[in-house]
Design a protein around this ligand. Structure first.
Ligand code: AMP
Length: 398
């Protein structure tokens, strides 16, 4: 009988799943990827797809355009599929990605009802993610009341930051309510930090900036694999421009939107989370592939702004680190777009960054020249494996 840890990464309209086989002891056995896939477009054109450990497609279902599935339906679909493909295995725990752990949760925890109540309170800090991350935990708890479930936080990795790096210049009465910089994409950064020694001793032990460039995007300054500073702050809308999020914005703009344009909080939330970033600037798409393929001048401008902002933030994070040994690109855009990497690195050429064009076009992993002052790498991230490792560690202590 093989033990399996299931990882669920739920968003507003999709649920990704990955089943990991524990090879050996539950607490420290190797994790091997087994069945994986997702249910996507839950409320528009639901589609389930599943693959085996070799990447061969082993399941698919379409519900048709206009059909709607609840998160419960989505999880039931995944559960039915896994049950029918269970073979000689048993589910021992489920790990979940939870975007916000607030000040309290600096590491992964068993998701008890009390913990879930605490995490509910953080919804205002991540309104578009937190409720969707918590819902599946309750759905699974109703289906399997005795199955251990573990909440793994995108904020936890950044709790190592100094108080200075987490502070806004606001009165203590506001700061004490938890209004501070949290940072996100921590599961991705932690995975990269654990992978770095396999690529470069200098990057692992030194001052490294990791650029997580996906639909959501942020950068993290690491010293010896620990988070020192991040571009994201109180919420996941800060920092770099993203697919549809605006990134850093003068708070005066929000006042202008409220007072002069008479927008209410909900309209502003939609604007800064869903209608800005690459989509808002280009007017074409929030998807980098589409922008790179477009001739529209606004699409070019959106990419220019994206690269420029990355360059500015590299400068800021290099200052936080007091120098730079390595730059790592990861996530959808960072792993796959040689052009965005080239343009972002160009913006930081003054730091002595020299890309090897052929290595960059080939996708790395090392994409800097031997004489570059700063090593540049592309390393694929794996947030789900990180969640499985945390889940394993937590249930190993039970
Ligand atoms: P993620 O959220 O990590 O899945 O990343 C999604 C982003 O990666 C989208 O903007 C995609 O357009 C972008 N992306 C994926 N593949 C490529 C590629 N080959 N070239 C450019 N962008 C890509």
């Amino acid at each position: 009988m093989t033990d399996v840890i299931l990882v669920l990464n739920a968003g507003s309209s999709s649920i990704k799943f990955r089943a990991y086989y524990v090879e050996g002891d539950v607490a420290d056995g190797e994790l091997g990827l087994g069945l994986h896939g997702q249910v996507e477009a839950l409320f528009s054109a639901p589609h389930f797809i599943a693959y085996d450990q070799h990447g061969a497609q082993v399941g698919e279902k379409h519900w048709g355009d206009g059909a709607k599935l609840s998160h419960e339906d989505g999880i039931q679909t995944i559960s039915d599929f896994l049950t029918s493909h269970r073979g000689d295995s048993r589910l021992i725990a489920v790990g979940h990605r939870v975007v916000h752990g607030g000040e309290k949760f600096a590491k992964s925890v068993l998701a008890t009802p009390q913990v879930l109540d605490e995490l509910d309170k953080l919804t205002p800090l991540a309104p578009l993610h937190q409720p969707h991350n918590l819902k599946p935990i309750r759905i699974v708890a109703a289906m399997h009341p005795h199955l251990p479930q573990v909440a793994c936080f995108d904020t936890a990795f950044h709790r190592s930051q100094a108080e200075l790096a987490q502070a806004f210049a606001l009165p203590e009465s506001i700061t004490s309510r938890g209004v501070r910089r949290y940072g996100f994409h921590g599961l991705s950064y932690e995975y990269i930090a654990q992978a770095l020694p396999d690529f470069s001793a200098r990057a692992a032990a030194g001052r490294t900036i990791v650029a997580h460039l996906g639909n959501g995007a942020s950068m993290c300054a690491m010293q010896a694999g620990r988070s020192v500073a991040s571009t994201m702050g109180f919420t996941a809308v800060d920092g770099l421009p993203m697919g549809t999020r605006c990134g850093s914005l003068d708070p005066g703009v929000i006042l202008y939107l409220l007072e002069e344009l008479k927008m209410d909080a909900h309209a502003i939330e939609d604007l800064i989370y869903k209608e800005s970033g690459l989509l808002g600037v280009s007017g074409v798409s929030g998807d980098m592939r589409k922008l790179l393929a477009s001739d529209a001048p606004r699409a070019r401008f959106a990419i220019d702004l994206y690269a420029y902002r990355i360059g500015r933030e590299i400068g800021s994070l290099a200052a936080a680190l007091q120098g730079l040994d390595a730059l790592v690109f990861t996530a959808g855009i960072g792993e796959n777009s040689a052009e965005v990497r080239r343009r972002a690195a160009q913006q930081a050429a003054w730091l002595g960054i020299e890309l090897d064009g052929a290595a960059n076009d080939a996708g790395g992993p090392r994409i800097s020249t031997p004489s570059s002052n700063v090593e540049v790498w592309t390393i694929p991230t794996d947030e789900e494996l990180m969640i499985a490792r945390h889940t394993q560690a937590v249930i190993g202590t039970l």
